[in-house]
Design a protein around this ligand. Structure first.
Ligand SMILES: [Zn+2]
Length: 433
């Protein structure tokens, strides 16, 4: 027993080194390069967090982009600012590296904007203790952007970058997408068509050893219901029917009865107006409804969202909702418009699962432990959703672990700047082979 305990203790003692032995000589070089560049990376993060880049502060977004472009240019990336006038945003950073190797082509996704505009009181970087940084966009997602740069620097220093074909897109409008959305996401989608693999550096759910293989999409719907305007005393007669409000109630109840048990699907009516006259302001989403207690209502408008975990689930839900709408109460009609905007789902695929396994293997080989998937209900929509369908494999949430994103208490754990950069650089070295 004693020998066994001693053996066990020895094993524990040597476990990190044992794990490091799983790395090739070049991979060890990558890890060392990241350590030697970590102070400069932290400084780059600090400078960029202190530049306001709220989505609508175009100059700030471009300034952060210029800062990152300079770093990528030094490594031999062809960098370019892709202008955003056509969709009323700052634009995007694009950087391309054509490698000599025949490995997988990799797309890396970041964003330069934050939710904190120039009028926010949250504008600057501070250290809460040795490892926790507080700052606007520090985890969502300037931390992820700097991880991309640090990983590229390490691959460069280890002599591996020249083999790899990599495209980097850092969008300027992830937090408030430009309009039309098709133009806003065009650079991303075009890059996805050229890539085999997409890696997203959003911050995930804040748990360091989590990554995302699936994200729910977020789309909207508008339900418009019509009935016969009449005196209330005539409701339910053949001529007048049930009115628009009963019909809207029937539809919403049927949505609930048919779909509320679907796993990972949600649909929420967020705003409703009904009466004799109804209008909705598309900019402010405020509803104006007028009527009386003694009328049969002629109009209802309902707006809501629909979040699904796969394209298949989204289409199935839309079909069920459309079927429900077609079974009208007497003398009523209804239409539902699903719009063309919104974020598509990032569907769970075998490719995405394999990519997570490879990332987790890299993490374990580095001595950082297993990485598992975030449950999709905990993951909102992100830019990777626009490219996931076009690539063989996609993985998101590779950014720095943090907390309280989108609030003035946003933080990041600086230890994960190097840990995350090492994991992804080793993964890319393996994928690019
Ligand atoms: Zn983000």
């Amino acid at each position: 027993m004693k020998y066994f305990v001693t053996f066990f203790l020895l094993l524990c003692l040597f476990l990190p080194q044992f794990a490091a032995a799983q790395l090739s000589r070049q991979e060890i070089k990558i890890a060392k390069a990241i350590d030697s560049r970590s102070a400069a990376a932290l400084e780059l993060l600090k400078i960029s967090v202190n530049i306001n880049s709220g989505t609508m502060n175009f100059e700030g977004v471009k300034e952060v982009g210029a800062l990152y472009m300079e770093e990528l240019s030094k490594l031999g990336f062809e960098t370019k600012w892709s202008p955003g006038e056509a969709f009323d945003r700052a634009g995007h950073l694009t950087a391309v590296h054509k490698g000599k190797g025949k490995g997988k082509k990799i797309l890396l996704i970041g964003h330069l904007d934050t939710v904190f505009e120039t009028d926010s009181k949250f504008q600057s970087w501070s250290m809460l203790n040795d490892s926790v940084i507080k700052g606007p966009g520090v985890s969502d997602m300037k931390g992820g952007d700097v991880i991309i740069i640090l990983a590229m620097q390490a691959l460069h220093d280890a002599g591996l970058l020249e083999e790899l074909t990599i495209e980097i897109i850092m969008t300027g409008d992830e937090e408030l997408s430009g309009d039309p959305i098709a133009l806003s996401k065009k650079d991303l989608k075009d890059a996805a068509l050229r890539a085999d693999i997409a890696l997203g550096f959003e911050d995930g759910d804040g748990i360091p050893n989590h990554a995302l293989v699936s994200r729910r999409g977020a789309t909207e719907w508008t339900l418009t219901v019509k009935g016969n305007a009449a005196h209330s005393s005539q409701i339910f007669t053949d001529a007048v029917g049930n009115g628009a409000i009963y019909e809207a109630a029937r539809i919403l109840q049927a949505f609930y009865d048919s779909l509320s048990k679907e796993e990972n699907l949600t649909f929420s009516p967020g705003i409703i107006g009904g009466g004799g006259q109804v209008s909705i302001d598309p900019l402010t989403n405020s509803v104006m409804a007028s009527g009386k207690s003694n009328i049969v209502a002629s109009d209802v408008i309902v707006k809501g969202d629909l979040r699904a975990v796969s394209t298949e689930q989204l289409e199935k839900a839309r079909k069920i909702m459309s079927d429900i709408i077609a079974k009208n109460y007497p003398q009523t009609s209804a239409i539902i418009d699903f719009g063309d905007g919104g974020y598509p789902p990032m569907t769970l695929t075998d490719g995405n699962k394999k990519l997570l396994e490879a990332y987790s293997k890299a993490s374990m080989d580095l001595g950082f432990g297993v990485v598992t998937a975030v449950p999709p209900r905990k993951a909102g929509a992100a830019d990777i959703s626009f490219v996931a369908e076009e690539v063989e494999m996609a993985l998101d949430g590779l950014g720095i672990a943090g907390a309280d994103g989108h609030t003035i208490n946003e933080t990041a754990n600086l230890n994960y700047l190097t840990i995350d950069a090492k994991r992804v650089a080793v993964l890319m070295a393996r994928l690019g082979r």
